[in-house]
Unconditional design. Sequence first.
Length: 313
Amino acid sequence: MTGRRSRSVRNLALAALLASACAGGFGPARPRYLLESPPASKDLVGRLGVHETSSEDTLIDLAPELGVGYVELLAANPGIDPWLPPDDALLFVPNARLLPDAPRDGIVVNLGDLRLYYYEKGAAVRAYPIGIAKDGYATPMGVTSVKAKREKPDWIPGESARRDDPSLPARVKPGPDNPLGEHALYLAWPSYLIHGTNDPRGVGRHSSRGCIRLYPEHIAELYERVEPGTAVRVVNQPVKLGWIGGELYLEVNPDSEQSLQLDETGKLGEASASSTLRGQVTQAAGKQAKRVDWALVERIALRRTGIPARVTR
């Protein structure tokens, strides 16, 4: 995004280590994050970043500048006041993501980490933060496809939009008042779209009536690559596992209720480890299960930062 200065930290390894220390990361079960460029892995996209804050920052404005979602930025930096972050604080920028457990073809939307993944033949996977349904609405799960795509789409307000605002016109032309932004992918599910936005602060949040929102530059990039007929799968996987450099990594994100709570209050309530987590880790580890640090697994599950961390010793 443009219009604001960015002071990203140059020495990523040192900065991430300091950030881990400030967050209480040292101890017998300290999360082991990827501090430098990760080794090639079929289970990972992106890399972890670190950003130094200024007293003028708020996380809701900083998220679009950094190209990540607001909720995931909050989750990755527990204890940071989203409205008054301290000057020169070090923030994790959660752009390293394990891939969802789904066919790696076309578009995969994961409600569990507020991310869209695009698998293009002959190209590296791409991941984008997304906005999804707000409280009282739902983004459907299952398998569908891209039915059509359109630049500068008109927005035809549905029944729920009219109920919320009876003054809406029958059709909203392209422009600053159009919530679809400049690009839209129409799904085979009637009334559901993957689209841009006229308000980037709604990306990475629970902000829509069910549609999937991307930052304007991200939807423009996706729009150029996706053709009608592309498969779209929507899953809900807050817990993901994958192998990087011969080690098993675990990523635990806030669940649906916690994600909504973070969005609305800026705080994550008390969490408990999922009853199915041990089975998931055991299955992913396979013959390497004896190498799993179970104390670390539990700590990662309780913190739910959304940052992949190594759990094998």
